[in-house]
Each structure stands twice: as C-alpha cells, then as structure tokens.
Ligand binder design. Structure first.
Ligand SMILES: Cc1cc2nc3c(=O)[nH]c(=O)nc-3n(C[C@H](O)[C@H](O)[C@H](O)COP(=O)(O)OP(=O)(O)OC[C@H]3O[C@@H](n4cnc5c(N)ncnc54)[C@H](O)[C@@H]3O)c2cc1C
Length: 408
C-alpha cells in the first residue's frame, strides 16, 4: 500500500527524531502559535474544539455573517456518539432501526443492531461552536478567506472582513471550507470532483414507519439511489444523488415524487465531493503548514455520500497529529475506510436493473444479518462478512467492476 503522503505536524517530528527533549521543547513552542481554521461548520468546529481543548490558540473564520445554520436533518451512524460523547445527545432527534431496499418490484429488509441517528444540523453546529468557545477558541464571522502565502515566520492570510481587506498571520491553517475549498485551491491542491445532491422534505407516507429508511435502486435515473429518511413520524427527507447538473437531478426527483404520490414541502441541495482517492491532508508552504479536513479533503463515503462522521474522523486525525506531533492512526484508518467505500461504489456504479434485482435476491437472511450487525463506518469488516456469508455477491461485484472498466 502507498504510504500516507504525510509525515508529521510540521518540522516538529523531523527535529525531534530520537531526541525526546527536543520534541518536548518543540511542543511547548507549538502551544503558543495560532492555528486559523477556515470554515466554521461540522469539520472545522470539530477540529477547533479538539485543538482548543489541547491548549492551542485557535481562531475560526467563516464567511457567513453569524452562527445561524439552516435546519437540516442528517443521517449518521452510531459512531457519531463515540466521536462526540455526551455532546451528541443534543442533536439527535430520531433513531433508525431498519433499512428497506427496493428495486423493480422486489424488496429486502435489513435490521440494524446499532441504530443510525437522525441529527439536526441546526443543533449540532452551535453545540460544536460552544464547545470550541468554552475551550478558548476565538470566532470571526463575516470573514471570507481570500488567499494565503508564506511570510517570514510561517503564513500570511488575506481575508475580507465586513467589506474590508485584512491580513492575518498564523503558523498553521486548516481548510474546512467545504467541497469548493478556496484554501485547497490557493495552497495548490487540485480541485475535487463534485456531484449534485437534491433533497425534498415530504410528509412521511402512512406506510413508512418512522424508524425505517427506504432506499430505491433505479439505475435508469441515477447510478446512486433514492432514499427516504424519516425525521420524525410526520416528515422525511427524500433525496437523490445525481450526475451532471443540479437541474437535471431535480427533474428526476420531481418525477420520482410524482410517481410515489408525494409533494415537496421544501427543497435542499448542494454539490458534494466524490472521493476517488486519498487526498494527502498536509502541505508545507514556506515555514507554515496547511491542512484540509471534511468536504475540503473529500472525506465523504462515496457509497452513501455521508460526510459528517468521516469529516469528524479526518478532523480528529489532523488535531491528533498537530497536538501530539506524531502520525495519526485515525487518518490511516479513515483512508482505508474511504477506499473500501470507493471500491463498493465502483462495483455498484455500472449495475443495471437486473444486477440490482439479483443483489436484493442474494441478500439472504445471513447476509442481511451481517449488514445489520456491523457499523457502516467499518466497511472493510462488513464487506468481508457479507462475502463470507454470500460468496455469489463477489461475482456480482466483479461483474459491476468489469462493466465499469468497459464503460471507461
Ligand atoms: C442536502 C444535503 C444533505 C446531506 N445529508 C447528509 C447526511 O444525511 N449524512 C451525512 O453524513 N452527510 C450528509 N451530507 C453531507 C454533509 O452535510 C457534509 O459532508 C458536511 O456538512 C461537510 O462539512 P464541512 O464542515 O466539511 O463543510 P461545509 O459544511 O460545507 O462547511 C464549510 C464552511 O466553510 C465556510 N466557508 C466556505 N468558503 C469560505 C471562505 N472562503 N472563507 C470563510 N469561510 C468559508 C462556509 O460558510 C461553511 O460554514 C449532506 C449534504 C447536503 C448538501
């Protein structure tokens, strides 16, 4: 396997190799240096809170005028609770205990041993911000990051704050500014590919239990899938990931809603990153360092396009490395995880209707148990368990991969 293209937090480790005292001195030095986090959403705030907790001076910049996140329901695995601890409780508003998969008149059910959680983003973001603030992080809203470059000590940032251009200085900058990250662009990372995600908030159909997520595979409409995630017993979010333009994707979902007899109460949408290969999360610019976390580093599970938990894990990895000055195992594990999701997506991406029908038929009892038993954030384990119990799925997956090769 290719080594992580990332060694340590700055020259900290290089200077300390084999010399414990030098490392201690460097860590003490580090503590007084400011880290600027660009982007005060899930991944940025999680990183800021971890760094502030670890004693680093942290400033979070966000282009939004204030901390006022729009309400949005998100589905996450229960790993969310492990990462956030007791703070997670405030954002959880529903639990999902079952998945129902549909394709071409067939269906299969998968019961989850550990329920997925439906969380409210408008509660999560303020809770993360409060945690960071309590540990000393400073916040600058209405502050748009424009560019960065080296200065004598480390990094110089150009920002626009309240209509005025300003210069800021930092030793490390964390780009947590989403899929179209300007930090990534100005620091020289190549752009990340994105796909449109469109969601309609709908009245929950009477036959859909509030603890069950529905998934429809309709390969003529999308190589991904449609989903219906209940927010509570009355409302749910019906969504699609498309390819091409957001408008085409919206048209597809409108037709799907009509077929299902549902009406959109409101619309949500954005372009989200597609993970294709690991993006090294650190770059050195002059004497400074720039890191990427969350959507800015495409830390999104490409099989299901969930980015909250994986973005937290990327943030945790960067914070661990900055605080301890050592290579982070979290990033190595995240890389393996995202790679497995990419393999699954590549196998599914060229599936036709008959392949999905076969997939649902093959999901016999033991395989379904496997899927439900293991957290989707441990996808490598999940994949092996499924394959062990239903080897014919390997052939189906290989066929998908071969179809993908032919289509390229
Ligand atoms: C409709 C929708 C539904 C989704 N559903 C789910 C789901 O159910 N489960 C799941 O796990 N994931 C879901 N996702 C994906 C998830 O929301 C993202 O992966 C996650 O929000 C990424 O967080 P982030 O902090 O990396 O980036 P973002 O949330 O994109 O935050 C970027 C921040 O940077 C700020 N910013 C941007 N540019 C600048 C600049 N130049 N200067 C200063 N600040 C800047 C922005 O204002 C913003 O606050 C969904 C996404 C969408 C769009």
């Amino acid at each position: 396997m290719e080594p992580l293209n990332w060694v340590s937090a700055g020259n900290l480790l290089e200077r300390s190799t084999g010399v414990g005292e030098t490392k201690q001195a460097s860590l003490a030095e580090q503590e007084n240096r400011e880290v600027i986090v660009v982007g005060g959403s899930a991944a940025g705030l999680f990183t800021a809170a971890k760094l502030a907790r670890g004693g680093r001076a942290v400033r979070v910049l966000d282009s939004k005028p204030e901390l006022d996140p729009a309400p949005r329901s998100l589905i996450v695995t229960h790993h969310f609770r492990n990462l956030l601890g007791p703070a997670a409780a405030a954002s959880v508003k529903n639990e999902i205990r079952r998945f129902e998969l549909f394709t071409d008149g067939r269906s299969a059910q998968i019961a989850l041993r550990d329920p997925d959680l439906i969380i409210e983003r408008a509660r999560l973001i303020p809770a993360l911000a409060e945690d960071a603030r309590q540990h000393g992080a400073q916040f600058s809203y209405d502050t748009r990051f424009l560019s960065l470059g080296p200065n004598a000590r480390a990094l110089r940032l150009e920002v626009e704050s309240g209509g005025q251009k300003e210069e800021l200085h930092a030793d490390q900058v964390i780009g947590a500014d989403g899929a179209t990250s300007r930090v990534a662009r100005t620091a020289g990372w190549p752009p990340v590919e994105t796909v449109p995600l469109v969601q309609a908030i709908v009245k929950l159909p009477a036959d859909c239990p509030p603890d069950t997520t529905r998934v429809w595979f309709v390969p003529d409409d999308t190589p991904y899938f449609y989903w219906l995630i209940p927010e509570n017993e009355n409302r749910g979010a019906l969504g699609i990931i498309g390819e091409g333009s957001g408008q085409e994707t919206k048209k597809r979902i409108e037709q799907f809603l009509e077929k299902k007899g549902m009406t959109a109460l409101e619309w949500q949408g954005a372009r989200i990153p597609v993970y294709r290969k690991w993006i090294p999360v650190r770059r050195r610019i002059g004497n400074g360092e720039v890191f990427l976390v969350g959507d800015a580093a495409a830390q999104v599970k490409v099989s299901t396009v969930g980015g909250i938990v994986t973005g937290f894990r990327g943030a945790q990895g960067v914070a661990d490395a900055l605080l301890a000055g050592t290579r982070s195992t979290e990033l190595r594990e995240l890389r393996r995880e995202l790679g497995t999701h990419w393999l699954i997506r590549r196998a599914l991406h060229y599936f036709q209707q008959r392949d999905y029908s076969q997939l649902v038929d093959l999901l016999n009892d033991s395989t379904r148990e496997s899927l439900g038993e293991i957290n989707r954030d441990e996808s490598t384990k999940l994949l092996w368990n499924v394959i062990r119990r239903q080897p014919r799925l390997v052939l189906l997956g290989l066929r998908g991969l071969l179809m993908g090769k032919r289509a390229q």
